[in-house]
Write a protein of this length. Structure first.
Length: 255
């Protein structure tokens, strides 16, 4: 099964859960489930969907290799280079919706953009040092229990300056944590949980490493791709295979 097919299938599945799932009657009644399958023929800019999010209005946003799309349940609106000059590249891999209705998106080779919903404009949100590391990849975005939003990359992570609408590196942990970060989570104590190739590091706000968990095995099942906080004292983490990790946090904050 190819990567593109998997993304294509996941978009169909997510659309099914958001818009189409329903049933009638009580538990004894046969469940009826419905879903629609949307493609470029329906108005989406590409069948290769890399990230899907839902905003507070119920709209579905999709990052594709041919721009950004918003779906209101009936019509797709496209955000691409033709419509928005601020989109200097449109091969998006990552997408994150902000509480104020704005969005950030990123991808390979230094791609990091900010969308101002009120002004309906896009602009470059990459920090100044991105120009020195052109091949830096935006691997994703994280907020967790933090009020801050972070972009984690192939060389460290950056914090969003919401007033300037750009990502910056002027915070204590930046210089100490220059790893290739595959996934990130910020816990209730403001600590950074960082996944590298096959290792989990829990670091303080100052960037000091508090705990390290070696997750390496003989197969790919150890690679974590998602954190799921179950409570302030229990965090689940899982990846591409049939393995789930649970991390407990005691009263003193030790993981």
């Amino acid at each position: 099964m190819t990567k593109n097919y998997i993304k294509y299938w996941l978009f169909s599945l997510l659309t099914f859960f958001v818009f189409g799932m329903g049933w009638e009657g009580n538990a004894a009644t046969t469940k009826k489930m419905f879903f629609d399958h949307f493609t470029v023929d329906n108005g989406i800019s590409s069948n290769q969907v890399a990230s899907v999010k839902q905003d507070l209005h119920g709209h579905i946003w999709m990052a594709t290799d041919c721009g950004l799309n918003r779906f209101d349940g009936a019509i797709f609106k496209s955000y691409g280079k033709m419509e928005y000059p601020g989109i200097y590249r449109q091969d998006f891999e990552q997408l994150f919706l902000l509480p104020n209705g704005d969005a950030v998106m990123g991808g390979y080779t230094g791609l990091l953009l900010y969308y101002d919903a009120q002004k309906d404009l896009f602009h470059d949100a990459a920090p100044s040092d991105f120009a020195k590391t052109y091949l830096k990849t935006t691997n994703g975005f994280a907020d967790g229990f933090s009020k801050d939003v972070f972009a984690f990359t192939s060389t460290g992570f950056y914090k969003l300056d919401s007033s300037k609408q750009v990502f910056v590196n002027d915070f204590p942990a930046y210089e100490k944590l220059q790893n290739d970060i595959k996934e990130m989570y910020v816990d209730v104590r403001g600590r950074y949980w960082l996944i590298t190739t096959r290792e989990l590091m829990v670091c303080s706000e100052q960037g000091d490493v508090e705990s390290v968990f070696n997750l390496a095995t003989d197969d790919a099942s150890s690679i974590i791709s998602c954190f799921l906080p179950l409570s302030v004292s229990l965090v689940a983490a899982y990846g591409v295979a049939d393995r789930v990790y649970f991390f407990s946090i005691d009263g003193k904050g030790k993981v």
